[in-house]
Design a protein around this ligand. Structure first.
Ligand SMILES: Cc1cc2nc3c(=O)[nH]c(=O)nc-3n(C[C@H](O)[C@H](O)[C@H](O)COP(=O)(O)OP(=O)(O)OC[C@H]3O[C@@H](n4cnc5c(N)ncnc54)[C@H](O)[C@@H]3O)c2cc1C
Length: 364
């Protein structure tokens, strides 16, 4: 959509034949993500599917508040969305704007000529274009095509789970996400005025499991494991797990993030989103950074021929995304080792990354 606004014709080639129904858990779209969507007039549809969040309340295993993060007043609230809804909304928006998505097109490789690039897909088909943008997520094929030395994502030592609840049977959380740093694991939940809401859990798990491996264990068994992890905490975790319909348990898989990516672009190929800078869901920034990068890349392509555009894009984005990933990595190390946790409230006070504005009309 950003490319379209920049006057660049774009076509999407997606590996799956469906949208992301039931895939992934809750995602927060931070003020910086909403700002990026605003730059391409796509923020309102996302606000419409989201629940506004005005901050976090952090408690310890004894239910003592150790920190409260309030969003600065000048910023709009974060919006909590289910990944399924976000995917569908952006998909519908792109379709309304006349952008074509070809499905069942698993990208395998590409070859460049002096005049164009040709992408090859698993079904044997090909597509030609001036440039190829690898927006193919954390397990990106394009990432290693650009540079085989681009390191793979690394596991943060945590598995993610989440579930919506029609009735949390918990008092409303006043538009704030409540997070308990328990004895063994962290647990977050949200309860709205009508007491609907949901929860997420980050379960320390030394062994790296893929999402497929996580799914080999039944939801009932995972709910039992989660229950055991929270049983010594004074928090609503166990009660909410007991209320959870196993069929509604969202297994979001291993929390992973990418180490700094040495090569962002090569020739006619460039990376964007999680393929380039995946922060784990604990940062609350994965989708927002992906949105920012997509808009910034489009602005650069609007203003420059592609080689200069890619260089301008990297210069604009690299310092910011690497700093945010570094911060998340540190936070995850603490979550994966609860015994090493510190409760210094200053650890939760940084909101610098939320203050990010993209002025679409200014030159890059
Ligand atoms: C299964 C899953 C669950 C997630 N759950 C959460 C969550 O609970 N909370 C959270 O904050 N974030 C979650 N995320 C991350 C969040 O969705 C991303 O940070 C954010 O959406 C970044 O978007 P992206 O477009 O860069 O990557 P993605 O959202 O990963 O999108 C990449 C797209 O590329 C497609 N693709 C991959 N490989 C190929 C290929 N070879 N050829 C063609 N298409 C390909 C994928 O099918 C996908 O549609 C999840 C991501 C995934 C993949």
């Amino acid at each position: 959509m950003a490319l379209r606004k920049a006057g660049v014709e774009a076509t999407i080639y997606e590996a799956y034949d469906t949208t992301a129904d039931g895939i992934g858990g809750g995602i927060s779209i931070a003020p910086n993500g909403l700002d990026a969507l605003g730059a391409i007039d796509a923020d309102e549809p996302v606000r419409a599917i989201g629940t506004p969040l005005y901050g976090n309340v952090i408690t310890n295993a004894q239910n003592v508040k150790v920190a409260e993060l309030a969003l600065p007043e000048e910023l709009p609230p974060l919006h909590f969305v289910w990944r399924t809804d976000l995917y569908r909304t952006l998909h519908d928006q792109s379709r309304e704007r006349g952008i074509t998505t070809h499905r069942n097109k698993k990208f395998l490789t590409a070859e460049e000529s002096p005049t164009h690039i040709t992408a090859h897909f698993a079904d044997g088909s090909t597509a030609q274009a001036d440039i190829l943008i690898g927006a193919d997520g954390i397990r990106s094929t394009v990432r290693t095509l650009i540079n085989a030395e681009n390191p793979p994502p690394h596991y943060a030592g945590l598995l993610g789970f989440a579930a919506p609840l029609a009735d949390t049977r918990t008092p409303p959380t006043g538009g704030k996400l409540h997070i308990t740093h328990g004895k063994r694991a962290s647990f977050g939940y949200l309860s709205q005025e009508d007491r609907s809401g949901g929860w997420f859990a980050n379960l320390p798990h030394p062994e790296h499991l893929t999402l497929q491996e996580v799914r080999k264990t039944t939801p009932q068994e995972w709910l039992r494991t989660l229950r055991a992890a929270y049983t010594d905490d004074d928090s609503p975790a166990v009660a909410m797990l007991d209320l959870t319909d196993p069929d509604q348990l969202l297994m979001t898989g291993p929390l992973e993030l990418t180490p700094p990516t040495p090569t962002w672009h090569r020739g006619r190929i460039v990376l964007v989103g999680d393929s380039l800078h995946a922060t784990s869901p604990t940062s609350g920034q994965g989708a927002s950074l992906a949105l920012e990068s997509a808009v910034q890349l489009a602005r650069c392509l609007r203003d420059h021929p592609y080689p200069e555009a890619f260089a301008a894009y990297e210069a604009l984005r690299r310092p910011r995304v690497e700093e945010i990933i570094e911060q998340t990595d540190q936070a995850n190390q603490t979550k994966a080792r609860p015994e090493a946790r510190k409760t210094d409230p200053r650890h939760h006070s940084a909101t610098w990354h939320l203050h990010h504005h993209i002025d679409w009309n200014s030159p890059t």
